[in-house]
Design a binder for this molecule. Structure first.
Ligand code: NAD
Ligand code: MG
Length: 298
């Protein structure tokens, strides 16, 4: 039984060091088929009322980090709209059940963030279904490893930018139709923004763009009482890694090169998103909170 995030414990041992077997899933991967399974906090995240009554839209909320954030938000008292790809229905249904069992509403809104119409509609449907919108988490992303730039084709380059950064611009802009003073936006960026792996040229570039966009939009919206921040995860064990996010040979050692010596679990990211969404972070704007097991970052 996992211990909750408020219990005194050694971070080295809070979760076991994992050595994932080589495995492959078609993009997008499913948490349901990931080996080993991840901890998204369903048995451990304990809320303390920090998001009571909030209405949140979370993209990529079916699995991995987004799923852990969705569970944490619900346990903190928020109702949650989940955006994900139709192929991820199984994962989304599971997270929806966890949210409902936590006593909150889960609204399922499948669609493709590469589609401009969906980027707008998902926001309006979330606001209609939850009775308003005051928290947005732009967390969806795609990551496809390509060793040599000659093999990185135009289509992948465009698609990675479309999903990872253009959708953030589109969804955030649409959300401003609903966000009132006090509302928040949190974007998922990455340690790749400063420390790019040579096989993730397109992906890492979008993450640097997300950091920059966060700082610009944060300044623009601050006078309107809307705060924009980002979270930069390090190596977190999620379906992204096995659906060609990493070279297959790298999977068994995933996350072992961090100062903490192990990969992170999705639930370890959730408190950062909760903090940046909660009113207690009212003076924090345009910030990127690094959650990466100790690797130095600017
Ligand atoms: P994940 O695969 O569980 O989540 C990514 C989600 O993005 C998918 O579940 C999917 O719903 C969504 N998505 C992808 N393409 C989409 C599209 N076209 N339309 C709609 N949704 C789409 O993996 P994760 O690791 O939890 O990733 C969440 C975020 O965290 C991503 O932005 C990722 O870049 C970032 N991140 C992850 C790590 C890590 O080590 N896992 C590290 C740094 C940053
Ligand atoms: Mg998924």
């Amino acid at each position: 039984m996992a211990t909750d995030q408020l219990t005194f414990q050694n971070p080295v041992e809070r979760f076991p060091e994992i050595t994932p077997p080589k495995q492959d899933q078609a993009e997008p991967g499913l948490d349901a088929e990931l080996v080993p399974q991840t901890d998204r906090g369903e048995h451990s995240y304990r809320g303390t009322g920090r998001l009571q009554g909030r209405r949140a839209l979370i993209t990529g909320a079916d699995s991995g980090i987004g799923a852990a954030v969705a569970i944490a938000f619900a346990r903190e008292g928020a109702d949650v709209a989940l955006s994900y790809l139709p192929a991820e229905e199984e994962d989304a249904q599971y997270i929806s059940r966890v949210i409902e069992e936590s006593g909150r509403t889960a609204l399922l809104l499948p669609g493709d963030l590469a589609d401009a119409e969906y980027c707008s509609a998902v926001v309006d449907e979330a606001a209609a279904g939850l009775g308003g919108l005051d928290a947005l988490v732009n967390n969806a992303g795609r990551q496809i490893s390509v060793e040599q730039v000659e093999d990185l084709d135009d289509e992948q380059w465009a698609s990675t930018f479309e999903v990872n950064i253009r959708a953030i611009y589109r969804v955030s802009k649409a959300a401003l139709r609903h966000l009132e003073p006090g509302a928040t936006i949190v974007n998922s960026t990455s340690i790749q923004a400063y420390n790019p792996s040579p096989h993730l040229l397109d992906y890492a570039s979008t993450k640097a763009a997300i950091n920059n966009f966060t700082k610009g939009l944060g300044q623009q919206l601050a006078p309107r009482g809307i705060r924009v921040n980002a979270v930069a995860p390090g190596p977190i064990w999620t379906p992204l890694q096995v659906s060609d996010g990493q070279p297959k040979d790298a999977l068994p050692d995933f996350g072992k090169n961090t100062p903490l010596g192990r990969a992170g679990q999705p639930t370890e990211l959730a408190p950062a998103y909760v903090f940046l969404t909660s009113p207690e972070s009212s003076y924090v704007i345009g910030e990127t909170l690094n959650v990466n097991g100790g690797t130095p970052s600017p």
